[in-house]
Write a new protein. Structure first.
Length: 179
């Protein structure tokens, strides 16, 4: 029962990502998009909290949770790029997606070669995700409250986010091909 709730919370983040993208495409629904993004963040916290508290993990949950985070980030970066007509966000989002695909490929490669530890989640990767989500929060807050200075701050954090994303990908790559 609790595992089903946890998996539902995780899956709901994917659905919320699509809805937020639509709200960004429509315009004028920025506050609702921000609210839904905060709800998605809460669902991410709650599914992890319940999984730890009740020791209720599942294979699908272990796969779906990081995937839901990536889907949320991808939908929001592209929604923001389109909404703000921002080549920076579009290009940075493309780099981030490329890194994610590369790391997924490395994980598959390492699993086939009994080297799964090379792509085990590292601390900098958790920081990467946190900064990406914080960057999105800044952009959505700027749009929701019509504070364009926050959009410039978001651009600054977007650059930091890309640099950390690339760096973490570099670490995984080096670890994968050490031997």
């Amino acid at each position: 029962m609790i595992t089903a709730l946890i998996n539902f919370l995780t899956f709901s983040r994917i659905l919320v990502a699509v809805i937020i993208f639509i709200f960004l495409a429509i315009d004028k629904y920025y506050l609702l998009a921000l609210f839904l993004f905060l709800i998605a963040g809460l669902s991410d916290y709650l599914d992890g909290f319940f999984a730890r508290k009740y020791n209720a993990s599942s294979q699908i949950g272990e796969i779906l949770d990081p995937l839901a985070d990536k889907i949320l980030i991808i939908f929001l970066f592209f929604g923001l790029a389109v909404n703000l007509s921002s080549f920076l966000i579009g290009f940075a989002g493309s780099l981030i997606i490329t890194r994610e695909i590369w790391i997924s490929s490395l994980r598959d490669y390492n699993a086939r070669n009994n080297n799964a530890n090379a792509t085990k989640v590292i601390y900098i990767a958790k920081i990467k995700t946190s900064i990406q989500l914080f960057t999105i929060l800044i952009y959505l807050t700027g749009l929701a409250f019509n504070k364009m200075l926050l959009i410039i701050l978001g651009d600054f954090f977007m650059i930091i986010s890309v640099l950390i994303t690339i760096y973490s990908g570099y670490i995984y790559t080096v670890n994968s091909f050490k031997n």
